[in-house]
Write a protein that binds this ligand. Structure first.
Ligand code: NAD
Length: 290
């Protein structure tokens, strides 16, 4: 397949390389200077998408996605498919879908989970929104770049699934970290705490698979001085998107709102920038009640 790939950063770069390794022709474009093995870099967005059967975008946010969509949609071949893998607001995904169908193009919003490691290893999970026809075009490419793809519903449903999942993740990580900090102050051994909670009703992915306490449970960023992993500022971005969506849908999400406020403070005022989102544990350790 001839594929245009826009946004070849930490995630997009390795995803595009996996497509090349699987035998596809990839023409890339990025506003930054990028050079990647096997990818032909175009001088312009239009050059990268011309004649492509599929165009994939992996961009920082919804405003940039909308700006890029304005540039690429008029230059794409008729009946081609645009797959946006960025994490963006639901409204931007739906707006680009409307714009794409107006230009006789198919569109899938397909944000991912699995991070930079998953992008390199080709083990991402894709959460996709769009028509059956659009998903059918995208699915074989998801199989190359990932290990699982769920067709969640119409356009925007992929972004909705992603931000709901990450709202649970952010709130659960905070709950896990504050419980460890409380256990410390109660004199409870961290290994005993893990043994009990990971096999009791408090178990969760953040406790069992990504334990925020160094040396406890399976290997995680906590064992590597909280190098990300999943950086706190990316969690902050996703919590912001979930509150934006909650506000436009009139949904009451107090835990998500509080998680947003705590990660905002952590990233902006408390040295959390650049640290894994599980570094909330040392933050709680240092504090008493306010
Ligand atoms: P990144 O900043 O490394 O990459 C984004 C790339 O887009 C950059 O190379 C940038 O130069 C390029 N870009 C920006 N504006 C552009 C434009 N107008 N035209 C062309 N290229 C442009 O970010 P990333 O970590 O690769 O993340 C990309 C997306 O994936 C984000 O939406 C992020 O939320 C999401 N995501 C990231 C992770 C992660 O662990 N990094 C995990 C899941 C999802």
């Amino acid at each position: 397949m001839k594929i245009g790939f826009i946004g070849l950063g930490n995630m997009g770069g390795p995803m595009a390389i996996n497509l090349v390794k699987a035998g596809h022709e990839v023409n890339g474009f990025d506003t930054a200077e990028v050079s990647l093995d096997g990818i032909n870099m175009a001088d312009s967005v239009a050059g990268a998408v011309k004649d492509a059967e599929v165009v994939i975008t992996m961009l920082p946010n919804g405003a940039i996605l909308r700006a890029v969509a304005d540039q690429i949609l008029p230059n794409m071949a008729r009946d081609a498919t645009l797959i946006d893998c960025s994490t963006v607001d639901v409204e931007s995904a739906r707006a680009v879908d409307v714009q794409a169908s107006g230009a006789d193009l198919l569109f899938v919003d397909a944000p991912v989970s699995g991070g930079i490691g998953g992008a390199s290893a080709g083990t991402l999970t894709f959460m996709a929104g769009g028509s059956d026809a659009a998903f059918a075009v995208a699915e074989p490419l998801f199989e190359i770049m990932g290990q699982k793809a769920v067709h969640c519903g119409a356009a925007g449903a992929g972004q909705a699934a992603k931000i709901c999942n990450n709202m649970i993740l952010g709130a659960t990580m905070i709950a896990t970290c504050e419980a460890f900090a409380l256990a410390d102050k109660l004199g409870l051994d961290r290994d005993k705490m893990f043994d009990v909670v990971s096999t009791s009703s408090g178990y969760s992915w953040t406790m069992n698979a990504y334990c925020p306490a160094p040396g406890v449970g399976p290997q995680s960023p906590a064992d590597n001085d909280y190098q990300p992993g999943f950086a706190s500022e990316l969690m902050l971005k996703d919590l912001g998107l979930s509150q934006q969506a909650a506000s436009s849908a009139d949904a009451d999400t107090p835990m998500g709102q509080l998680a947003l406020e705590l990660y905002k403070r952590f990233v902006e005022d408390e040295d959390g920038l650049g640290k894994d989102f599980s570094a909330m544990l040392p933050r709680f350790e240092k504090r008493g009640r306010e």
